[in-house]
Ligand binder design. Structure first.
Ligand SMILES: NC(=O)c1ccc[n+]([C@@H]2O[C@H](COP(=O)([O-])OP(=O)(O)OC[C@H]3O[C@@H](n4cnc5c(N)ncnc54)[C@H](O)[C@@H]3O)[C@@H](O)[C@H]2O)c1
Length: 695
């Protein structure tokens, strides 16, 4: 065996050369890998004893993609295109041997090979679209030539990988190998030689793309089918155009078109935001004073207290991850209702074909409903999701303290209450933490883990690990009213309310935010969540919100009553502007002596989002969030902030904090409202010409 570079070895078995990439952990296409492949290929081609070449990978996966940290840096030789050209142009057949995941550049390497074999567990995909890019090394040109235009569109635009069986069905791999993969690939190469099979260069294949040639309707139909999911993103359209080019242009022209479309994306603000966010999400897992090797509690069993809206959803997360979970309720009736809803949710998923009936039963079987509180005693984590009232929470935690086994994590799903006070009801505040799920808890990916003053590191590390285990994106925050997400949301809500009194209407405010990329605006969101919840809280606290109160007094609680800020047709969730609500708004404005005026979309956007950024600055200064990018992760995963705009803090940095501050000061002057005063951190950064994300 010869080392070609630090990351690539060349060996020979009889007449077959084997190039092995070994760049842990995922064999990313770093410079040394590209060089190793190029030089190794050249050596193998030059070696008279070699008649065919196998490209394989050591470790747990085939090449799983580009070396993302190299993005945006000056390109280093050799270029990936050059490497692929040498592989595809080899006069000796090249077979790739795929295990783990062949993703992005990894799949493009295999597509430059003449043949592909993989083991049963291998997965294949082009996930570039998720970074706002497209596969820019021939992926958009070669994949359609192997699997056809429609399958290629689906794979490239979704970015989701497919398994080995599907890959074989669509011709992406030639054979599935059982047992030793390299041996299987060598045997396959021998077969190619013995049978004198041709050098099958994908660039020359046309049979799979011919049916779509000159048929723009295929692409039009595809565009329509993905319009909803891809709204606002730039990359999907370029991906589609690239596949169209593959179908309609000669290969080299298609490659040139792909390069052009790739360049557009690489320089786009959308991709910049998505690439930023990719790292932001990974960064959120790191907690400066809780190192990665902090011991975590193994979670074999979980318990949830309360089977209401949140409790049921939280329990589903554990069942979905295969972890047995006990659900405790006070009364049988509430328990049956809650568990009934869980079953209905699973059945609905099964009906859509996304779960089998056996899966439904298996998951239901992992959920044990009970009214016996003592059942929590063998749980490794207990998550409380009872009514949002401090005395009840404290009573529950005192009980948990008496019953839970030593070392169990005691978590609360409170959205507004003080986690420290809840912890004080126990003799083990070090084991208490907030786990703030978002509704619907079985769907929303965000988990705000709330660290109390006394929460110990093991509890923090465990809550983060559990979050990942149940497929959430956990972000650690500190204790304050509303934590990070809702605290910022509150600022947006205050402005939304003022905007409609000053002259905007709910549908205009909502449209500005949906145009920005949110799935819905604040008023439609209120209607979805139920306006009665806030109304009851306001009444309890003696707070008024004149428009919302009047709407609720009419029994308009939102979607569930068929009307709220908007009205709804039966069985349809589309918000329809309602003149009755407009009249209420105008009446309230008049009674407050407000002269309504035209409010521009630009003003609406600034007034809704700038106060959130300002609150984010306060949250950072108070160290409630560890870093600005964590706030962005919270907003993307918890509130539907469009990922192609990075998140509120990234977005503010793109505007520039000086410009943002100047607008805030103008709004302050115009309104006389002190809440527009820029937060000290924002002001300091603006003075220094820096952004929240600058180091
Ligand atoms: N609904 C949301 O959108 C949302 C989002 C995030 C967090 N939260 C928080 O989650 C918690 C639960 O909210 P929800 O919306 O699920 O409320 P819910 O009213 O739907 O459910 C609460 C359940 O707790 C049960 N319960 C009350 N006292 C109990 C006790 N002593 N022991 C066992 N069960 C008891 C009730 O019977 C009820 O079924 C609250 O703290 C809330 O602030 C709610």
């Amino acid at each position: 065996m010869t080392a070609i570079t630090q990351f690539v070895d060349l060996a020979r078995r009889g007449r077959i050369a084997i190039l092995t990439v070994d760049n842990p952990p995922v064999n990313a296409l770093a410079q040394g890998v590209r060089q190793g492949l190029r030089d190794g290929m050249r050596q193998a081609i030059a070696d008279a004893q070699v008649q065919a070449i196998v490209i394989a990978c050591a470790g747990r996966t085939f090449i799983a993609g580009a070396d993302i940290p190299e993005f945006g840096k000056p390109p280093q030789e050799p270029s990936f295109h050059e490497v692929l050209g040498i592989i595809e142009g080899s006069p000796k057949p090249v077979v790739s041997a795929i295990h783990g995941t062949a993703l992005g550049g990894g799949l493009e390497v295999t597509l430059a090979c003449h043949y592909r074999v993989g083991n049963k567990g291998a997965r294949f995909g082009l996930p570039e679209v998720k970074l706002g890019l497209l596969p820019g090394a021939g992926g958009t040109q070669r994949l359609p030539r192997v699997v056809g235009a429609e399958k290629a569109l689906q794979m490239i635009v979704s970015g989701d990988p497919i398994g080995a069986d599907e890959a074989q069905k669509h011709g992406l791999i030639d054979e599935i190998v059982d047992g030793d993969l390299t041996a299987g690939a060598v045997a396959f190469a021998e077969k190619v030689l013995n049978e004198k099979r041709p050098l099958r260069k994908i660039r020359d294949l046309t049979d799979k793309i011919a049916p779509a040639r000159g048929k723009p309707e295929i692409f039009a139909a595809f565009r329509k089918s993905v319009a909803r999911q891809t709204r606002g993103f730039r990359a999907p359209e370029n991906c589609i155009k690239a596949v169209e080019a593959a179908v309609n242009l000669p290969f080299d022209e298609g490659i040139a078109r792909e390069r052009e479309l790739f360049g557009e994306l690489m320089n786009s603000p959308e991709s910049k935001a998505q690439r930023y966010f990719f790292f932001a999400e990974r960064e959120a897992a790191k907690i400066p004073d809780v190192p990665g090797d902090t011991p975590v509690k193994e979670i074999k069993k979980a318990a949830v207290i309360g089977a209401g809206t949140m409790g049921g959803g939280i329990a589903m997360n554990f069942a979905n991850a295969g972890i047995p979970v006990t659900v405790v309720e006070v009364a049988r009736e509430a328990l049956d209702r809650g568990i009934g809803i869980v079953r209905k949710n699973y059945e609905a998923t099964a009906q859509k074909g996304r779960l089998t009936q056996a899966d439904v039963e298996k998951r239901m079987g992992l959920i044990t409903p009970t009214t016996d509180f003592a059942a929590v005693k063998d749980a490794d984590i207990i998550i409380e999701a009872v009514f949002e009232e401090m005395p009840i929470k404290k009573e529950v935690f005192a009980k948990l303290d008496a019953l839970a086994k030593p070392g169990a994590v005691l978590a609360t799903n409170t959205s507004t209450l003080d986690v420290n006070e809840i912890a004080s009801a126990t003799k083990r505040p070090e084991s208490v933490i907030g786990t703030h799920f978002f509704s619907p808890a079985n769907v929303m990916r965000l988990l705000e883990n709330v660290r109390g003053a006394k929460t110990d590191k093991t509890t923090v590390a465990t809550a983060m690990a559990v979050g990942r285990k149940i497929a959430k994106v956990p972000v650690l925050v500190g204790v304050c009213y509303g934590f990070v997400g809702n605290r910022m949301l509150h600022q947006r809500g205050l402005q939304a309310e003022r905007l409609i009194l000053e002259g905007a209407l709910p549908h205009q405010v909502d449209r500005v935010l949906t145009d920005f990329g949110f799935p819905m605006g604040p008023f439609a969101m209120g209607d979805l969540a139920g306006l009665d919840v806030g109304w009851r809280i306001r009444k309890g606290r003696g707070v008024k919100s004149p428009v919302a109160d009047r709407i609720c007094e009419l029994g308009r609680f939102g979607q569930k009553t068929g009307s709220g800020y908007f009205r709804y047709e039966k069985g349809d969730r589309t918000p329809i502007p309602d003149p009755d609500v407009e009249k209420i708004i105008v009446d309230v404005a008049t009674s407050q002596g407000i002269t309504r005026r035209h409010v521009s979309d630009e003003e609406i956007l600034q007034r809704l989002l700038y106060p959130m950024v300002n609150e984010g600055a306060k949250i950072l200064e108070e160290k409630i969030a560890i870093r600005a990018s964590d706030i962005d992760v919270i907003w993307v995963y918890g509130y539907g902030w469009p990922v192609y705009r990075g998140g509120p803090m990234f977005w503010a940095d793109q505007i520039g904090l000086r410009a943002l501050r100047a607008t805030m000061l103008e709004l302050k002057k115009a309104s006389g409202d002190d809440s527009w005063t820029p937060a000290p951190l924002l002001a300091r950064l603006a003075d220094a010409g820096k952004g929240f994300l600058d180091k």
